[in-house]
Design a protein around this ligand. Structure first.
Ligand code: PLP
Length: 357
């Protein structure tokens, strides 16, 4: 089955096959990868390898620290303002829908001086705002690089000068090449392009760590996890192992980020070009803001959408239902979705339109 679910998403088959072996007997240790100690040399190797792959793939220099944390991207909504902003400093956010709205909410709960400097709420979050104002007094500018539910994505990032950019990249990290230099912190729940749910990738520039207040609980401080190399407490070892395997696939089988980006562009173009060529399906995102990861679209009626999703499922194309908050349809085409899956979807869409148009 081709799995178009928005997450947990498809994992590459070679990754799953290697993990199957490791589940029974990891590297001839006579133990499962689930059983080895997080303090053992075997796990240390996994952790170092995963960190090195993140750094190589994203071109991160020694100014950046790679952390594996728990609590999902949702916990980062709170940890970012807790760690990076003093109570007096304003924090700037761009609101591009559900996930950024939730990040804003957490910063407000913490009593931070939140400024929503740009928003696309006026048009139901169907676009990425342009000319985002940069305020030099902000502790950071927070954006959501890809909006999983609305199907929008930044084509280029706001240039924030001396203000560090912070981005939730949960649904598009490792999908394309970008310059990490303007980013003070990047976080991503793993379960789309990085690995299984249960681990959250946090990339933090070392100078940002100096901001962590002393009076935060130990587990909520980025400094704790940075100082202990993500081993302050028991990490999600299996999930980190899967991240290493997934990034190995990206480096060795795909050939790196530029190659991955070319494939992702091609996959997205197949769908969008087809949608632009006819009237039955209607993309919901403004063309200049379209996501290469989550392709959102409507059919002429809710009844036809239901029929489309059901028939697609029977044809081996799963998970095409839009998020329950917005309805419609959504094809999530993360890194591990092969181009053959997208071709099969376009063929199915054509056939369905002919039969129901
Ligand atoms: N941010 C984005 C962009 C997401 O797509 C999601 C989940 O889909 C989240 C945050 C929430 O992530 P988590 O479930 O890891 O807390």
């Amino acid at each position: 089955i081709y799995n178009f679910n928005p997450g947990p998403a498809t994992l590459p088959l070679p990754t799953l096959e290697e993990a199957r072996e490791a589940l029974v007997n990891y590297k001839g240790s006579g133990m499962s990868i689930l059983e080895i100690s997080h303090r053992s040399a075997l796990f240390e190797e996994v952790l170092q390898s995963a960190i090195a792959r993140v750094k190589r793939l994203l071109g991160l220099d020694d100014r950046y620290v790679v952390l594996f944390m728990q609590g999902g991207a949702s916990l980062q909504f709170a940890l970012v303002p807790m760690n990076l902003a003093s109570d007096a400093a304003p924090v700037d956010y761009v609101d591009t829908g559900t996930w950024s709205t939730k990040a804003i909410k957490e910063a407000r709960i913490l009593g931070k001086n939140v400024r929503v400097v740009a928003s696309s709420e006026d048009k139901e979050f169907t676009y990425i705002p342009e000319n985002i104002p940069i305020n030099t007094d902000a502790a950071y500018l927070h954006i959501t690089s890809n909006n999983t539910i609305r199907g929008t994505q930044y084509r280029s990032f706001p240039y924030a000068g001396s203000v560090p950019l912070v981005s939730d990249m949960s649904s598009d990290i490792f999908s394309r090449v970008f310059d990490p230099a303007p980013f003070g912190l990047i976080y991503a729940g793993a379960q789309k392009n990085v690995g299984p749910a249960g681990v959250t990738l946090v990339i933090v520039r070392k100078d940002m760590l100096e901001r962590t207040p002393a009076n935060l609980p130990t587990m909520l401080k980025y400094t704790t996890h940075a100082e202990k190399n993500s081993l302050y407490n028991t990490p999600p070892c299996f999930a980190i192992y899967m991240v290493d395997l997934m990034l190995k696939w990206l480096e060795e089988d795909i050939g790196g980020l530029a190659k991955m980006e070319a494939i992702n562009r091609e996959k997205a173009a197949l769908l969008y070009d087809y949608m632009d060529s006819q009237d039955f399906y209607r993309g919901t995102a403004r063309p200049d803001s379209r996501s290469w990861m989550n392709v959102t679209f409507r059919l002429p009626s809710a009844d036809l959408e239901k029929k489309f999703i059901d028939e697609a499922q029977k044809a081996g194309l799963g998970g095409l239902k839009g998020h329950r908050s917005v309805g419609g349809c959504r094809a999530s085409i993360y890194n591990a979705m092969p181009i053959q899956g997208v071709r099969a979807l376009v063929e199915f869409m054509k056939d369905f339109a002919t039969r129901n148009g």
